[in-house]
Design a binder for this molecule. Structure first.
Ligand SMILES: [Zn+2]
Length: 409
């Protein structure tokens, strides 16, 4: 019942709306391309016969009114913003697939009891403000309006300034959704990992979404001439940083959970000259897990090791949290419905952990949530070579349509 060809046509059209030439997609929040992308999504929603509402930060809700409109709605959706030099499937499959799922249900003669809504979230990607899932965080109350107002992009522009210029006014306080607003939420997305493709399984159903956290560590040592300062009296900031990076690996591999991952992705030393002892080092550490207890254990391991290393080496340390979100679990009832739909459609499915985070991480805080994953080539994402087959996209959209229909009945 899903019109896969029509969905492909629309994916191709939206991909052409980009800051750079096709097939590369760049749509940064409130850029000219993002605004044209939003206009395209508004038209696509209207073509699907849906009623559009947009909130003060640009989250878009496209609604198919149910027979009992006062009941909490069933939601689906994702994002259409894209990091620089991205592909055309991340997020977009969940938005345009959501429209096609609803259109397919309408063509089949289905009439929902609960209203159905496709949500396009503002700024899932952190490109402009350094914080991802801006729209869904505000909707769920995970980001306060005060903090959102204080954010600045690299050019020093505020969210209020940028959203006003994009035509989104009103208080940020109004973005937060009342609890019980959604009966359930299901997000369709490419896996962005290799498991489904490797195992030849067309559908993944998300059981857990890992909670990301990140930290900035600044180490102040003592510089000097690389020839003149003898080894016993050195306070080399880069060596403390190197030991801390190894401690991150050790803490992640000994947390007791295979889902703990720790990465030191930023490593800067000053002054950065071959004949000068580094007097300062700056690290940024990313630590994620599906469980708070094991992530906490890994964090403690890193923190204790860093204290010990700095004390031993005579280094002064600043250890700051950049961000820490708790993980989320998929709703067992919603997962069971999606699995049952897969079985009835003759599609193999597998429960997965989402290791990247998504708007669903925040939707899960306010309503029963799961995600439907489809395979993507080589697990590639956030690059122009990102690819999902039309058959997998159509299959994922069919699973989404049937799952939404059951939830809305
Ligand atoms: Zn995404």
């Amino acid at each position: 019942m899903v019109d896969g060809a029509e969905l492909q046509r629309r994916l191709g059209q939206l991909a052409l709306i980009s800051e750079v030439p096709a097939p590369v997609v760049t749509r940064v929040l409130f850029s000219e391309a993002d605004l044209r992308g939003r206009a395209y999504v508004r038209r696509a929603a209207a073509d699907a016969g849906l009623t559009v509402r947009e909130d003060a930060v640009g989250n878009l809700f496209a609604r198919w009114e149910g027979a009992e409109p006062s009941l909490p709605a069933v939601g689906t959706g994702s994002h259409t913003d894209a990091i620089p030099n991205a592909g055309l499937y991340d997020g977009v499959v969940g938005v345009l697939g959501g429209f096609e799922a609803l259109a397919a249900l309408r063509r089949s003669g289905f009439r929902p009891r609960r209203s159905l809504e496709v949500v396009m979230f503002t700024a899932e990607e952190p490109t402009r403000f350094g914080l991802g899932c801006l729209g869904s965080r505000l909707m769920a109350g995970s980001l306060t309006p005060e903090k959102a107002r204080a954010m600045r992009d690299r050019e020093g522009r505020s969210l209020d300034e940028l959203r006003a210029a994009a035509g989104f006014r009103g208080a940020l306080e109004s973005v937060r959704l009342p609890s019980g607003c959604f009966h359930a939420f299901v997000e369709l997305h490419i896996e962005q990992g290799p498991i489904l493709e490797k195992e030849g399984i067309p559908i993944g159903i998300v059981e857990h979404i890992a909670g990301p956290s990140s930290y900035r560590v600044t180490l102040h040592g003592d510089g000097g001439h690389a020839g003149a300062v003898l080894m016993p009296v050195r306070h080399d900031a880069s060596l403390a940083a190197a030991e801390i990076a190894l401690a991150v690996e050790r803490a992640a591999t000994t947390s007791g959970s295979a889902d703990t991952v720790g990465t030191t992705g930023v490593f800067r030393i000053e002054p950065g000259a071959v004949n000068s002892v580094p007097y300062r080092a700056c690290l940024e550490i990313d630590l994620r897990d599906t469980r708070m207890d094991t992530r906490g254990k890994a964090y403690d391991g890193i923190r204790n090791a860093a204290d010990e290393i700095c004390a031993r080496r005579g280094i002064r340390m600043e250890f700051d949290e950049i961000n820490a979100d708790p993980p989320a679990s998929g709703d067992p009832g919603t997962i069971a419905i999606a699995e049952d739909v897969c079985a009835s459609l003759g599609l193999a499915s597998k429960r997965l952990v989402s290791r990247a985070y998504h708007d669903s991480l925040f939707m899960a805080r306010i309503c029963p949530t799961t995600m439907i994953f489809i395979p993507c080539r080589n697990g590639w994402s956030h690059r122009p070579e990102e690819y999902a087959t039309p058959a997998h996209i159509a299959a994922g959209t069919a699973v989404l349509a049937h799952t939404l229909a059951r939830l809305a009945s």
